[in-house]
Write a protein of this length. Structure first.
Ligand SMILES: O=C(O)[C@H](CS(=O)(=O)O)OP(=O)(O)O
Length: 225
């Protein structure tokens, strides 16, 4: 199995084979919580206008929209898992547009198939890849706004690669270290965008045992293993 780690939107454009799009802070961690809380499907969208147009057609669907970390005006929710804690999304369709994560999905046009990943479901994604046993796996760490390296996404990519190669990886230690690095923004009292609780929710290692798969029609569904 050939395993390549790529980064950002440019990396997503180069992805081939079974493609794993990673966004730890926070898009694909959030989506795990949404499915856990009953969501039926999520529609990942790159373009904001397209997301609003879809919402206008389907007012009963929830629109989650984020740019530069902040909730976009006019959306029902932003990109924060703690914002949706305890909300029941049973039978709900969700439209999701973000700076990095959903951009990765819409740009991975050369992929044979796409699954998303985050630290909260990395082991489940690894098991899924092992079961499919493809010739080629592209793991894309989506980065900050899809354009610059995000250490948490690269960490998750390296963790999945290590699991696939059956190598030891000190994930708990590395997650702890994020508090003083890429995750420090969640603990900065001057920051008004990233709630502190989101750090723990997005770094709860292997909390979920399901994968999120992008279907042929572009929707995202939960796939239990
Ligand atoms: O909302 C987030 O946490 C990020 C913001 S950004 O990538 O740092 O601009 O968006 P996401 O698409 O979840 O990476």
């Amino acid at each position: 199995m050939e395993i390549n780690i790529l980064e950002c939107i440019d990396g997503a454009k180069q992805a081939k084979g079974l493609t794993v799009i990673i966004d730890v802070f926070r898009a694909f961690s959030l989506e795990c919580y949404l499915f856990q809380q009953g969501a039926e499907r999520i529609i990942p969208i790159g373009d904001l206008d397209q997301a609003f147009a879809l919402k206008a057609k389907h007012p009963d669907w929830y629109l989650f929209g984020e740019r530069k970390g902040a909730k976009v005006d006019g959306c029902d929710f932003g990109n924060s898992p703690c914002e949706v804690a305890n909300i029941d999304f049973s039978h709900k369709t969700i439209i999701h547009t973000t700076s990095a994560g959903t951009q990765g999905i819409v740009n991975a046009k050369g992929a044979d198939e796409i699954v998303t990943a985050s630290i909260v479901n990395a082991k489940a994604v690894t098991k899924y890849i092992q079961q499919k046993n493809p010739d080629c796996v592209s793991i894309v760490a989506m980065g900050n706004q899809g354009v610059s390296r995000a250490d948490e996404d690269l960490l998750c990519a390296k963790y999945i690669k290590a699991l696939l190669e059956k190598k030891e990886f000190p994930i708990e230690q590395e997650v702890e270290a994020l508090k003083n690095g890429a995750g420090a923004k969640f603990f900065d009292p001057a920051n008004l965008i990233f709630p502190e609780e989101d750090f723990a929710l997005c770094t709860d290692v292997n909390r979920f045992d399901f994968v999120i798969q992008v279907t042929k029609n572009g929707n995202v569904v939960e796939k239990n293993r």
